[in-house]
Write a new protein. Structure first.
Length: 465
């Protein structure tokens, strides 16, 4: 498999971006002769973030780049040899040197898809040792990206479609990688651009910005600027000298009369274009403050948001997990007293059932070998957590998981970031108002087919397959 580099000249992540116990488990598989056993894992989250009903899937492009570049360098293997037990068989390290993802297959939700608890964001299959080693880096690449995209989508829903939202949180982000990820996936989630110049260069995020107080306070008076004349950015219209009104203007900026000031100034100086100059604000804006700005019918056109979008203070982690669902062709299930943490066994397919108005009714999980549900067909399904089945007759059925990587080869081109952003906005527009509502949202149902539920019951009871 050829390594794929990003524009920074490095792979999306490195194989040693992992937990040590992933390597010790790999050693255990190798010693037990199970390194090449066919296995499948699913990556999903258990609860929708921020108390809402949905999440947006993100991070797939980074995952694919990571998989295509996956290869342990000699320096990586030498370091692992220094931290594993000294009596580790040297043949294990030779095995690690030869590893790549040429045997790995990935099905996933397209980036920007609506995602709901328990529905796989990624299905990863391949040799047990390899797909085990992928757990931590894939979780790292998907969890934060999806959390940021979801957070940005919520802020977009609050602001409405007319106001421009700018991500301006680089200086508040958790390190350079966190800042680049936040800038990238806040754009996917619905923001219009970012102040992060590197995100513009590497990821194609539109770069925008305002100015800091230091620029204003660096001037001591109106005589300092070499050219006091103001003109439209597009060069349309006459240049006007605004310095005679600077003192009154600055006094009134703090009086919530900015738009009225622009209208008055435009009339006095015969510069009508001033009436439509965008008004931008930023200052620790979160969901509550954004809602207040929107509800007041504010004249503000542009809103810069930093800390509350890049750090996700209401919920700093999506809580994604990566669980084994089959090995050697046999389904596997995690049994626990906490029903929420029980996993669903076997290789599965996922479908979204939609009503006649085009809004999603529920997501259906079924065994991969079952026939796909059909539009107009009456289906008997089991909502998760419910004790009784229900029937549903969808007007339309959409398969959710697409094949992106098969045996290490990319199956179709990945959408661009802008295309994924547009897809996310279309997906959100399909949600019913009850599910789109942020607080309190209506719960969205994820249901099991009868065959999948029967398999869960058999394994839960300890019955042989």
């Amino acid at each position: 498999m050829a390594a794929e580099q990003d524009p920074e000249g490095r792979a999306a992540a490195r194989p040693l971006l992992t937990d040590l116990y992933q390597v010790t488990m790999a050693l255990g598989y190798w010693r037990a002769g199970r390194a090449s056993a066919p296995a499948e894992f699913e990556l999903f989250f258990r609860q929708s973030p921020f108390g809402g009903a949905f999440a947006l899937a993100a991070g797939l492009r980074d995952c694919v780049r990571f998989l295509r570049a996956f290869r342990l360098l000699d320096a990586d293997v030498q370091f692992l040899a220094s931290v594993l037990p000294p009596d580790t068989d040297p043949a294990f390290f030779e095995h690690l040197r030869a590893l790549d993802c040429s045997g790995v297959t990935v099905r996933a939700l397209p980036e920007g898809s609506l995602a709901f608890p328990g529905v796989p964001l990624l299905q990863v299959s391949g040799p047990l040792l390899v797909v085990q080693l992928l757990e931590t880096p894939l979780l790292c690449l998907v969890s934060y990206a999806s959390l940021i995209a979801t957070n940005a989508a919520r802020l977009r829903l609050i602001a409405g479609p007319e106001k421009r939202l700018l991500e301006m949180g680089l200086r508040r982000a958790q390190g350079p990688d966190g800042g680049l990820t936040a800038s990238t996936y806040s754009y996917l989630g619905g923001f219009d651009g970012s102040s992060n110049v590197l995100a513009g260069q590497l990821r194609g995020v539109p770069v925008v910005g305002t100015l800091a107080h230091s620029f204003v306070t660096s001037f001591s008076g109106k005589e300092v600027p070499p050219d006091p004349m103001l003109a439209p950015a597009a060069g349309q219209g006459p240049r006007v000298d605004l310095t005679p009104r600077v003192e009154a203007w600055l006094e009134r900026v703090c009086a919530q009369e900015i738009r009225a000031l622009f209208r008055t100034t435009g009339a006095q100086f015969q510069a009508p274009w001033l009436e439509s100059v965008p008004i931008a604000v930023s200052n620790n804006i979160d969901e509550e403050e954004l809602a207040r700005l929107s509800q007041q019918g504010s004249e503000v056109n542009v809103i810069g948001i930093g800390t509350s979008v890049v750090t996700c203070p209401r919920q700093p982690s999506l809580g994604c997990v990566y669980k084994l669902v089959s090995v050697g062709g046999q389904p596997r299930m995690k049994l626990t007293e906490d029903p929420e943490k029980q996993t669903l066994p076997g290789s599965k397919a996922a479908f979204r059932l939609l009503g006649s108005d085009g809004s999603p009714l529920l997501d259906l999980l079924q065994l991969a070998e079952e026939p796909a549900p059909q539009a107009g067909q009456e289906l008997r399904v089991w909502p998760r957590g419910a004790q009784e089945a229900c029937t549903v007759r969808p007007a339309r059925v959409e398969p959710l998981l697409r094949l992106w990587v098969q045996q290490g080869q990319l199956c179709e081109p990945l959408p661009s970031l802008a295309e994924s952003r547009a897809f996310a906005q279309r997906s959100l527009s399909q949600l019913s108002p009850a599910h789109r509502r942020l607080e309190p949202p209506a719960g969205y149902q994820v249901a099991l087919s009868e065959k999948l539920r029967a398999l869960v019951q058999r394994l839960s009871a300890g019955a042989p397959l």
